[in-house]
Design a protein around this ligand. Structure first.
Ligand code: ADP
Ligand code: MG
Length: 238
């Protein structure tokens, strides 16, 4: 069960503290969105969960186990970035299977996982194309497919849609939501876009200057903002 817990998690870069001891409990299968202005510590928090940044103090647990010292590949979570780097010289099929291939998984199993991810994301007809022959939205789906094939217990997204145009962004939001309903994993999703956060989240976490200001369902936060920062950030009526 991929419950994720942050217990007084601190991040310092040298003398500069950028995350000030945050507590957060994310339930299995929950879709949680971290939202807040640029520089408030969203990506740093996500990267600490992923194991891409060391934590300076506190503890992170995934499925009950403290993972502070585990490298990313042992945490059984997949991260989808804003700049989805696909391998340009490989087909979609090869892009999807590549991570499993370098992990020396059985070719038969790779084939099955790739077929399953392609079906989930509607990529069946595109498997033999190269990234240059895909639209932005299709590339984004391949990037998600590369995460799915690993059957991770949790997905971490860092502003995955911010490079897409407005129309596609709205469309991809729906796809990500559908994907979550289909594959049933825990999702931690970072965005600076309030509307995106409100549409996607089971619960939203509002951050400011390395602290968590409020956690709640979109409705709770909108209707009962704890302070004026949250109210104005979310756009609650005064
Ligand atoms: P967000 O994703 O919310 O925009 P970040 O987590 O990227 O914010 O950054 C939080 C703060 O940490 C910012 O003030 C940023 O400048 C600082 N920061 C991020 N990465 C580093 C780093 N490698 N070295 C020093 N400071 C950093
Ligand atoms: Mg960021």
């Amino acid at each position: 069960m991929a419950e994720i817990t942050l217990d007084k998690v601190v991040k310092r870069y040298g003398k500069l503290e950028v995350v000030h001891g945050i507590d957060l409990k994310i339930a299995h299968n929950e879709f949680v969105v971290l939202v807040g202005p640029s520089g408030c510590g969203k990506s740093t928090t996500l990267r600490m969960i992923a194991g891409l940044e060391d934590i300076s103090d506190g503890a992170i647990r995934i499925g009950g186990d403290v993972v502070n010292d585990l490298p990313p590949r042992k945490r059984n979570i997949s991260m989808v970035f804003q700049n989805y780097a696909l391998y340009p010289h490989m087909s979609v099929r090869e892009n999807l299977g590549f991570g499993l291939k370098i992990a020396k998984q059985d070719p038969k199993m790779i084939e099955e996982r790739v077929a399953e991810a392609a079906e989930t994301l509607g990529l069946d007809a595109l498997l033999d194309r190269t990234p240059a022959e895909l639209s932005g939205g299709q590339r984004q789906r391949v990037a998600m497919g590369r995460a799915i094939v690993r059957h991770p217990e949790a997905f971490l997204f860092d502003e995955p849609l911010s490079n897409l145009d407005a129309k596609l962004r709205v469309q991809m939001r729906t796809e990500i939501k559908k994907l979550h309903q289909k594959v049933k994993t825990t999702v931690v999703y970072v965005t600076h876009d309030q509307v995106e956060a409100m549409t996607l989240a089971d619960r939203i976490v509002i951050m400011r200057d390395g602290n968590i200001e409020q956690v709640g369902t979109p409705m709770e936060v909108f209707d009962h903002p704890l302070n004026t920062f949250v109210a104005s950030f979310i756009g609650s009526p005064p």
